[in-house]
Structure formats: structure tokens, C-alpha cells
Design a protein around this ligand. Structure first.
Ligand SMILES: Nc1ncnc2c1ncn2[C@@H]1O[C@H](COP(=O)(O)OP(=O)(O)OP(=O)(O)O)[C@@H](O)[C@H]1O
Ligand SMILES: [Mg+2]
Length: 373
């Protein structure tokens, strides 16, 4: 990677000023540059380093005034590093997100012109569609520190304590020029008329509303939920921008397989084929499958096996969660794959034979149902 000299200067400046937060943020910037420059390994090592929370500085008496839960002493928010892994999205969400980023990047200009608007975006969609990852990317694009609400510390079993924690968190944020990420928002922003819930929930939701209203215009809030229908309408209204994340479409799936399985070095045909046959998978599932396949390949020292991945995709789609392995394929499994490739991927028989490593005659027999297996 080209060393960016201005970053280097900033880093020295921050280090000598013992500005722990700035050192970490600059580290995050460098990690992203490394990742973008195709040095994912160094990016990961640097991130691991950044996660070690500055023990020497703490020993020297430096403490960050992060608000904590009174009972557990756990921090209520945490500054997280910007993500270094790429985000793949397509469809209608892209436009909404780009517009939000553009508006957020121009807050000062908007305010000068008397259009200071609340900058909050709500991300919703099924689990594993990349909401949390996207939130980190938005913070990175805006070059703002990324503060994530820690629900596990905020939600307290002690009466009244949850509201107090939420208030503490909102009091802390405005001083930070931050992106505040409220993940799993439904946990603190459920409908207040839910009959099964008691007064405590109402108080919590009201506190969240007050907190959101109390923020100055330059705090950027991102909410995320898998259950948008559970959110209180008043919360819903506090987020003028909304983006629904869907399971990835064909093009996005191709890019995901290409990245997660082939580290961007394939063979587009294989990625396109995998994308065709993984129609219902989310980004998280594709990543998980790809990593499992790569683990098998490394440990067994056998090249990545496309048929095994396809087979695992097919069984998972059938309701039996299966990760790719490296066992020899049975005749039944080869037959199933032959049908899958012919019918769902429209693959010619010679291609199927090549993919499965058997003769074309055999494929012909599999498809005609005249084999012995
Ligand atoms: N669109 C995507 N692009 C790239 N990676 C993705 C995408 N979606 C999911 N992933 C991968 O899956 C992981 C999990 O996704 P993430 O946590 O962002 O999903 P989520 O929508 O927040 O899910 P949940 O609702 O369960 O919190 C990500 O860290 C990333 O590695
Ligand atoms: Mg998430």
C-alpha cells in the first residue's frame, strides 16, 4: 500500500497527545485502506490490534468517560472500528442510502441554508441481510466515529434502570460528532400499546423518543430492526430516511460468491452458477457457506469443490441445514446434482459432466433415470 503521509502525521500527532480515540480512528482508516488495496490480512491484523483497548493508556491514568450501567459497570455504548469487509447491495436500497449519505455529509451546508433536518435512517430487513455491516459502512463513508448501543448493558432487570441508561447514552453522544447506531431497535422501541407489556416498556420507549428529540442536528442516528412492524409509530416517524434490505439479487449474489469464495480471483462462471442456485440465501449465509468450503479445502488440501457446495446449498434449501464438506459423492448425490444443474441452471450435459467429473454418458443416464443408482 502507498503510505498516506497525511495519515502518518495525524497518527503521530494523536499519539503524542495521548488521544486514544483518535489513534484508534486513524487505525481504522488505515485498515480500510489496506482492505481496499487488497491486503485483507494486514487489515485484519490491524483491526485485531485496535480491539485491544489501549491498556498502557489506561495504566497511565487515561480513562474515557463512557457511560456505564450502574449495576454491571458495563459500557452502554462502544466505539466500534469501521468495517473493512466489503458490502454488497443492490436494488432500491442503494438510492435511499446514497441520498442519506449525501445529505449527512452536507449537514453544515443544509443548516446554513436553514434546512436543518433530522438525520436518521432506519434500516430494516431479514436477519443476515447486512444491516449492521451497512451501518458501519455509513459511518466510515462519513468519516465519523461509529458508536454502537450495547443492548446487553442498557437493558437492566432493575426497575427504572433501563430508562436511566438510555438517557445516559443520549447525554453522552452529542459531544462526539458521531454516528450513533441503535441496533435491534425493536428491543427498546416496541409499540407502547402492547397489552402484555407493563409501564416499564412505555417509559423506555418514551425515553428513547425524548433522547432522539434531544439530539442536535449534527448527530447521525442509524436504527436497525428485523421487525419493523413491532416499532412504535412515533419511533418510526423519528427516522425520515428508511431503507429496506432484501436478500441479495442474482447480480449481488454473484459478487458475493466471487468475493467470499474465490477472494475476487475466480472464474466468473462458477460464481454465476452458484448465484443462480442460491436464490434464497442471505449475504450472511453465502459468507458462511463460502468460508466453510474454504476451510474444508485448506484442511483436506483438496481444491474447492463446486459440486459439494452446490449439494449443501440444495439440502439447506430443502430444509436440512448443511455446510459444504469433502466426502466422496454418492451416485444418488451426483444424480441429484445432475438434475439440479440441468433443470435449475439450464446447463448443457457436457458442462454438467465436466462440473461433476463424470462421463457425459453417465449424465445422460442420470437424467433419463436409466442409471443403476
Ligand atoms: N449485503 C452484504 N454484503 C456483504 N456482506 C454481507 C451482506 N449481508 C451480510 N453479509 C455478511 O454477513 C454478516 C452478517 O450480516 P449483518 O450482521 O450485517 O446482518 P444483519 O442484517 O445486521 O443481521 P441481524 O438482523 O441478524 O443483525 C456480515 O458481517 C457480512 O460478513
Ligand atoms: Mg445486525
Amino acid at each position: 500500500m502507498e503510505v498516506d503521509k497525511s495519515i502518518l502525521l495525524k497518527l503521530f500527532e494523536a499519539s503524542l497527545a495521548a488521544d486514544y480515540t483518535a489513534v484508534r480512528r486513524i487505525g481504522g482508516m488505515v485498515a480500510r485502506q489496506l482492505a481496499e488495496g487488497d491486503d485483507a490480512d494486514s487489515a485484519k491484523s490491524l483491526q485485531a490490534l485496535l480491539r485491544k483497548r489501549g491498556v498502557p493508556l489506561q495504566a497511565s491514568g487515561y480513562v474515557e468517560a463512557i457511560p456505564r450501567d450502574a449495576g454491571s459497570r458495563l459500557p452502554l455504548v462502544e466505539e466500534m472500528p469501521w468495517p473493512t469487509s466489503p458490502l454488497f447491495i443492490g436494488g432500491g436500497a442503494v438510492q435511499a442510502i446514497e441520498q442519506f449519505i449525501e445529505d449527512a455529509a452536507n449537514i453544515a451546508l443544509l443548516a446554513e441554508n436553514g434546512i436543518s433536518s433530522r438525520l436518521g435512517i432506519l434500516l430494516y430487513g431479514a436477519p443476515g441481510t447486512g444491516k449492521s455491516l451497512l451501518a458501519g459502512h455509513i459511518a466510515a463513508r462519513l468519516e465519523r466515529p461509529f458508536y454502537v448501543l450495547r443492548l446487553d448493558s442498557v437493558i437492566s432487570s432493575r426497575l427504572g434502570e433501563t430508562s436511566k441508561n438510555i438517557r445516559g447514552m443520549f447525554d453522552f453522544i452529542p459531544t462526539k460528532q458521531a454516528v450513533l447506531f441503535l441496533d435491534e431497535m425493536d428491543a427498546i422501541a416496541k409499540l407502547r400499546d402492547d397489552k402484555h407489556e407493563l409501564g416499564e416498556l412505555k417509559r423506555v420507549v418514551n425515553t428513547v423518543l425524548q433522547g432522539l428529540d434531544s439530539l442536535t442536528d449534527d448527530v447521525i442516528v442509524i436504527g436497525a430492526t428485523n421487525h419493523p412492524h413491532l416499532l412504535d409509530p412515533a419511533i418510526w416517524r423519528r427516522f425520515p430516511y428508511k431503507a429496506e434490505l432484501h436478500a441479495p439479487d442474482l447480480e449481488v449474489r454473484t459478487a458475493m460468491w466471487r468475493h467470499f469464495l474465490f477472494q475476487d480471483r475466480d472464474d466468473n462462471d462458477a460464481s454465476a452458477l452458484l448465484a443462480k442456485l442460491s436464490a434464497k440465501m442471505t449475504g450472511a449465509e453465502i459468507e458462511n457457506f463460502a468460508h466453510a468450503a474454504r476451510r474444508r479445502a485448506v484442511i483436506s488440501k483438496i481444491d474447492l469443490s463446486l459440486p459439494h457446495i452446490l449439494l449443501a446449498i440444495a439440502s439447506s434449501a430443502d430444509g436440512t441445514p448443511t455446510l459444504p464438506d469433502n466426502r466422496p459423492l454418492s451416485a444418488d448425490e451426483r444424480k441429484l446434482l445432475a438434475h439440479l444443474l440441468a433443470e435449475s441452471a439450464d446447463m448443457p450435459q457436457t458442462e454438467i459432466a465436466k462440473t461433476l467429473g463424470v462421463s457425459r454418458q453417465m449424465i445422460h443416464r442420470y437424467l433419463r433415470g436409466t442409471d443403476d443408482g
